[in-house]
Design a protein around this ligand. Sequence first.
Ligand code: BV8
Ligand code: ZN
Length: 244
Amino acid sequence: MEFSNELLSRLKSSKNVGSVCGAGISQESGVPTFRGEEGLWKKYKPEELANFDAFIRNPELVWEWYNYRKKLISEVEPNPGHYALSEMENLFDNFLIITQNVDNLHRKAGSKNLVEIHGNIMSSKCIKCNRRYNDLPFHENVISVPKCECGGIIRPEVVWFGELIPEDLLRRCYEFLKECQFLFVIGTSGYVHPAASFPLIAKENGAYLVEINSEETNISYMMDEILLGTSGKILPEIVGKIKN
Ligand code: BV8
Ligand code: ZN
């Protein structure tokens, strides 16, 4: 893929470079996205499963969904897109990944400068005493709702619809976006807030916005450039250009 001189010169001269990532960056690892035709789960909308009321109403069903996703995620690896972002940490003074994904793949690819604003599917917590349980075993087809020693039920430690993003994570994002000079917006349909508002905040602070997506999205209108294609292919090519 050819990149504009504008993109390359801005990128090479930027110190504060970031990325806002969505499910699309994990698609080439084999993790289904939410709103694509393959959909995470055709029968239900994530918005109907990924919320606290649905969990209280039917914790078995919600754990079935999360165990299905945990098993799937435990069998996949990061793709070249994740590794390219991990490499960018060494190419810029101040590089940050803000991800909506809970699939642990940025960490597996070695990224350290990472804010998982929607949490991480591999950690769970008791809804009564908040005790954290990392790496709960997930049994396929055995649907039992995990219980805490205190008797409370345990939930996946992810941020559901209607729940607040942890204050410290949100603050870290806003502080970064204030200084951001160049922002990649990768593999997100731009529906879910507050992540969907991050590119505009960066733009208002002078950042150059480059969207990487296999199709136009809800937020393409605000981008300085749109690179249509898959992130697993485009990101390593960008890293190659920066290194030369
Ligand atoms: C909150 C965790 C305060 C669980 C998730 C303002 C305006 C409108 C609505 C709201 C608003 N503020 C709050 C809301 C309500 C709500 C919201 O945004 N609703 C939307 C649906 C309208 N937001 C919240 O509730 C948030 N909390 O704001 O608290 C508050 C609360 C209530 C009311 C007011 C304020 C919390 C949201 C967090 C929800 N949790 N996940 C879990 O994952 O199990 S969201 C879920 O969607 C995932 O995290 C996912 O990452 C995220 C976003 O989806 P995408 O990542 O974009 O994935 P999608 O499938 O949609 O798109 C994939 C893209 O990839 C596509 O564009 C495709 O073309 C592209 N692609 C595919 N393959 C590739 C590719 N691109 C490149 N390469 C490829 N190979
Ligand atoms: Zn407990």
